[in-house]
Design a protein around this ligand. Sequence first.
Ligand code: MIG
Length: 782
Amino acid sequence: MLEDTSFAIHPGKEKDTNTTPYKRIGTLQAYKEAKDTYLFECTKGHVAIKFYTDSIVRIVMNPFSQPKLDASKAVVAEGNSVEVKVKDQDQAVSLLSKHLIVTIEKETFSILIQDDKGHVLLDEGNRGMGFKPTGEVITYKKMDKDDHFYGFGEKTGFLDKRGERYEMWNSDVYIPHNPETDPLYVSIPYFMTLRNGRSHGVFFDNTFRTIFDMKSELDYYSFEAEGGQLDYYVMAGPEPKQVLEQYTYLTGRMPLPPKWSLGYHQSRYSYETEAEVREIAQNFIDRDIPLDVLYLDIHYMNGYRVFTFDEERFPDPKKLIQDLKQMGIRIVPIVDPGVKKDPEYYVYQEGINQDQFCKYIEGNIYHGEVWPGISAFPDFTDEKARKWWGDKHQFYTDLGIEGIWNDMNEPAVFNETKTMDVEVMHRNDGEPTTHRELHNVYGFLMGKATYEGLKHQLNGKRPFLLTRAAFSGVQRYAAVWTGDNRSFWEHLQMTLPMVMNLGLSGVPLVGPDVGGFAHDTNGELLVRWTQVGAFTPYFRNHSAIGTLYQEPWRFGEENESIMRKYIQMRYKWMPHLYKVFQEATKKGLPVMRPLFMEFPKDEKTYNINDQFMIGDNVLIAPILAPSVTDRAVYFPEGDWIEMETGNVYAGEQVHLVHAELDYMPIFVKRGTAIFQGEIQSRQNKSPKQVEMHIFASPEEHWYEATYYDDDGETFAYENGEYLELKLKVVHSTETITITTLEHNGDYKPDYVEIPIVIHHLSKHQTVIMNGEEINGRAVLTL
Ligand code: MIG
């Protein structure tokens, strides 16, 4: 606790910084090509360069041994075979693919990376790559005055990370998430640079503690690691969307989540008894507030023993889960990694008997204190333990559970370092190494174990997994929530850049604890947060033990009815959201997007922290401060139509927009289209009717609209059981022409047509659909 007093700035406290200088890797001696990889021998070590596609190149520096190319936890791509030309000149050697030029200065081994047009992506200048005999590795790159940085996973602060220094070390941080609180629970050692309207990406594939520094120097930034190889991938972009496609080509994309996981979720630490859970569920039904999921936090267990229920609090979990499912509500229980040290507890017994727990090199088990008391931790770095853990979830799936919530998986341990002893020796699938190296992937591998177990048990149904800790690639297994925020307006404000940067880091299904976890929320804050939550990719209200209850009805009828409206609105927008999620599964694009992603040439968008987009045409401008009912909204290029009022706002300027507490401004770009639905009933939340809304433009404009749907709960879509419509809508002064370009997939939804509603149609415009003029109702027949 001394950390929270002036002791923190005690003059004698300045750490002994490791002042050993970095050594450069030396002069190039020789190089050769072996299986698509270029191997460079330098006077002080080795470098490998490998192209994965024409737009992705990997650079690996290893001062101590030949580069290891197959040890990644995050990367799933093997790479295509890429045609590379080698240009050897006096002072430099260059490797050229279709979109990238890598030039290596022979004397210093400084690397310059350019795109095919000669634009500089990375330039080491006279700084290059370095290492210390103790194992640290670093590289410096020139920083342009126009560089903007995004990504870095889960970080507090503003959208643009220029001027920041970030550390990656998964940490359980309950102390308020301030702009300077770093690191948090998630490590994604990846960023995107936007430079003069073009972007490129860097993924530093190193699981040790890493540091990204865009702050300490004016014209160089750096990234470094405590150990391991200097192993990074450069992605050429040049559009921000292409960088995301390239990054997720490497680290994988999310599978489609079950539709129910995209609905509204209610949680509390904790709903403590079966009676309380039933009462909460009934309240949602009675109050006509749609709800898809209720969470069971740690109190459901017997003495916090995972894979158990407390028999008094939850005497018949199977019945409870069935009954709630009848009401259209699913139960998601929390599962922490710590297994209570209790010789009479079957999970501990199995773990010991089958040798599944993390150990020291000497063979003794690592024990740490968490909720259940002294506990052991499964060694998720080993396939045997992952399988065991995954299989254990049969306990939950047999009860009808289809989703799991992983918490404390940094792993969090109640001690000075907040985590496992870094000297623990993980099995690491036959390549043993320390927790110091694998700390940042512990939660990620727990996620892998859990997701794969669930997927197997659910027999074709899509599992849902929520995780607190994560590493690059987590999108393949889990949704991420941003941990223990607080019920402060500042934390509502922080939600936007934080969720957007997670999206820019390849994780589309993300959200905060709506209403705030710690501290007491209040009606106004909860209303404004619920409005935002209705459009965050993951939408869960959660609050901490000892704080005011914050279900939507706790702050009076007026507030309740606003929250009802916005939670219902979430379902109305589901067809649009689902389509954007489907895009995330195909291309790795975020669902909740910063404006620059759609308008990368517009500098005004580079650091907008209080507006966001859902997909490419919906712009949301929430109110994020108390008592505020008017706000400035920046509109990028084009005309923007306010959904509620029909008002049209001209782009490339700021307008003042009015928004009382019951209202959050939502705009759609004129000349585009969206799909919306109406939910069927409280039990069945799939849409009974979907409508296409076209926002007619009086000017020449065209837009390609996509509609996507499937059964929402199985993997049948992977075998063609989906419906995808691609439509082209061309606007002109006289006509709106709608043409079906493609109708893909075999899925037949319950609805047989999609009515088309055209807004702002002028009396001079006629509607033409697939070649025919329409006078009455326009519909898409399925
Ligand atoms: O702080 O399981 O972030 O969502 O409710 C203690 C109890 C551990 C931290 C999680 C929070 C959860 C809580 N957990």
